[in-house]
Design a protein around this ligand. Structure first.
Ligand SMILES: Cc1cc2nc3c(=O)[nH]c(=O)nc-3n(C[C@H](O)[C@H](O)[C@H](O)COP(=O)(O)OP(=O)(O)OC[C@H]3O[C@@H](n4cnc5c(N)ncnc54)[C@H](O)[C@@H]3O)c2cc1C
Length: 221
């Protein structure tokens, strides 16, 4: 932890347990990666940008990947600091006043400098992890990456050294004078829902494998 990763508002919602942090990172399907782009006057000049990406945890590091042409990855691997934000939305909190409406969530913010993964075997392991993070068991069901695919992908690794986690859970917190209001109050739980898998029309008819049929994410899995 450091000054910039200490919660300013509602520090009682801070979580410092790495197991709880890892559970959030391992559940997340999307993260948002922010940095200052264009430092050095290139293009439009320096400006903040926040880009949605997928991300996976491998031990005490976060992995990002994408095209070598990605501006974000090119900027980050040049040593520009990044900030990765992970948000899991657990519910809508409906209070008796609009003021006290809220959301139940678990979120993690990570600061740091990412480095490029260049070793071939480490890169393959990282790409496998990214794939299996999104669909566990997927790499066993598909062919391995080709060398061209590995060479054609940039992988960055960000240490989980400087981070914060904040959680809100539980019912609304209303003002005493509103407690007899006639409005319904409580929590509308939210999660990731899965519909029927849609087979590729170009694929011969095949049974849906368990890693697809049984895919789930989060508390409702
Ligand atoms: C759910 C999700 C997961 C993704 N996962 C990955 C990933 O793992 N790896 C990866 O490389 N890319 C991923 N992408 C695409 C990613 O968001 C970027 O579009 C891509 O990486 C190009 O980044 P760049 O820095 O080169 O953007 P540029 O194309 O250089 O950005 C230029 C401008 O384009 C706009 N822009 C760029 N991306 C987006 C966007 N997604 N939505 C709206 N405007 C945008 C912004 O205004 C930005 O300033 C994902 C997108 C989504 C929505």
């Amino acid at each position: 932890m450091s000054g910039r990763s200490e919660l300013g508002r509602k520090p009682d919602r801070s979580v410092v347990d790495t197991a709880e942090r890892d559970a959030v990172l391992d559940e997340a399907l999307i993260v948002h990666v922010g940095l200052i782009a264009g430092a050095g006057g290139e293009g439009d000049g320096a400006h903040p940008v926040v880009i949605p990406m997928l991300c996976a945890r491998l031990g005490d590091r976060l992995l990002l990947h994408g095209s070598p042409a990605s501006r974000l990855l090119r900027t980050a691997k040049a040593g520009v600091e990044v900030c990765v934000t992970v948000t899991l939305l657990d519910g809508l909190v409906l209070a008796r006043s609009a003021f006290h409406h809220s959301m139940n969530y678990r979120s993690v913010v990570v600061f740091g400098t990412a480095t490029e993964v260049t070793d071939h075997d480490e890169k393959v392991a990282a790409l496998n992890r990214l794939t299996d993070h999104i669909v566990p068991g997927r790499m066993e069901a598909i062919r391995p990456h080709t060398d061209t695919e590995v060479r054609g992908t940039t992988v960055l690794s960000l240490p989980l050294d400087e981070w914060s986690m904040k959680v809100r859970s539980g019912p609304p917190i209303d003002d005493d004078e509103d407690m007899d209001a006639p409005a319904w109050a409580g929590v509308l739980p939210l999660g990731v829902a899965v519909a029927e898998p849609l087979p590729d029309p170009l694929m011969p008819e095949r049974q849906v494998p368990p890693h697809v049929a049984d895919w789930s994410r989060g508390r409702w899995g």
